[in-house]
Design a protein around this ligand. Sequence first.
Ligand SMILES: [Ca+2]
Length: 310
Amino acid sequence: MKIFFLVGVFFAITSNISANSVILDSVEDFSNTQRLNGWSYGYYDGDVPNAYSPDDFEELTKFIGNKWTLQTGSGGFWTEISNIDFHPNGMSTGEGRQRVEHWAVRRWISDSSGTLSLSGKIFKNNFTAGNGVVAHIFVNGKEEFSQFISAQDKVGIDYSFNVNVKIGTQIDFAIDPFKSQDSYDGTTFTAKGSLLDCWATYKDSTLQIPCVKVKNAFGQESIYKVAMQYKSFTQPMNFVLTSAELITARGNLLNNQSIKDCWATYTKGSLHIPCVRVINPLGQSKYDVNMQFKPLSKPMNFELTGNKQK
Ligand SMILES: [Ca+2]
């Protein structure tokens, strides 16, 4: 019965696991050099069989005024990418630009493997008029995300999801003009990604456990991110649950080999945390920890029942 209690008490908040190591940041990493920091700046122009997909990518050739472009001004294209913004080109265009469809595309190629927690913002920064745009994210050629942003949506959306990456995995962030109409299509579309790390940390009396697998009586598993606070002067040590967020993951998080060994598990009142980094002013030490839920405690209380240094 304890397990039902636990699941009932835990907050169901959709969120990403907090992660430690940022390996991509579209704003910070932006540069005037193609393929630096894993980033390329380009466009899809529909000239291959699999048009407007990652097969269609070509690099932009000019860097002018802190933007990647192809050809500016009349006779050219609106297609451009800056540190935060994208502009596509459309069959329906203006000011003498060529009547062709270009999606503006920022491409990132991974130099790491693991589960990537990817997030960012998408909103119109030129919100005078127009018909809106569609943002797309492709991972190794497969569309994982798309979102229409209406013409005057200056608030936009925050997106976040997890994907498994390997060295060489390619992620394209693309802005399509929507129905090939490019007027006022300037759009901010950022991306930040961190590799997921399932090590728990204990610092300043707070225990953060990023990956907890909770198994219910039917054997179904849910994934939580949990924080606990040490209650001073308790012996044996007592921890109070201060937050628990249900995590949605589009990547195959449960089976990810690179983080598998450090999953914490909660079954029938027992919490096992195999990887805990204890951080104090003198340095770090590593532990394998067991805790036991104290029946009926509210907020939930856990007692330290065992720990061994790793
Ligand atoms: Ca448009």
